[in-house]
Write a new protein. Structure first.
Length: 144
């Protein structure tokens, strides 16, 4: 909402560590209760509605494994709950939640050169990157 005020209550935590000397984990989780507390004079019916495009639950995990002295492999996941996509109390719209997976491979060629391949949205999952009251935009498909 471009006017008025919003409130977000929740928590977030992250973690990072080594399962073994060659296996590394990174991740986090957030719970956000995001509400429009006062939408202003232009949209008084939007007061009390969820904030647009703020997922209540979001989880990320990335794991990396040093397969060989010069080769590192990694995979990651982002999981998001559904998100509110409307500023109207009469036409409530939501974008569905999703799970997206990514992968990477890196090779240490020389002291100053690394080669790396990143693949985002590994399974070419269709999900919305953003949404507005009258349209939504797809997230990018698989890319490398």
């Amino acid at each position: 909402v471009n006017a008025g005020s919003q409130r977000v209550r929740g928590f977030e935590f992250g973690f990072a560590g080594d399962v073994t000397p060659k296996w590394h984990l990174f991740g986090g989780y957030s719970y956000l209760n995001a509400v429009t507390t006062n939408a202003g004079a232009g949209s008084p019916t939007a007061s009390g509605l969820p904030m647009v495009m703020v997922p209540k639950h979001n989880f990320t995990l990335w794991t990396r494994y040093d397969a060989l002295p010069k080769l590192t492999l990694g995979v990651g996941a982002t999981v998001s709950s559904l998100t509110y996509a409307s500023v109207s109390a009469t036409a409530r719209k939501w974008t569905p939640g999703y799970a997206r997976f990514d992968a990477a491979a890196a090779y240490h060629l020389t002291k100053s050169i690394d080669l790396q391949l990143n693949v985002q949205n590994l399974f070419d999952k269709k999900y919305y990157a953003t949404a507005y009251p009258i349209y939504a935009a797809w997230a990018p498909g698989r890319s490398a």
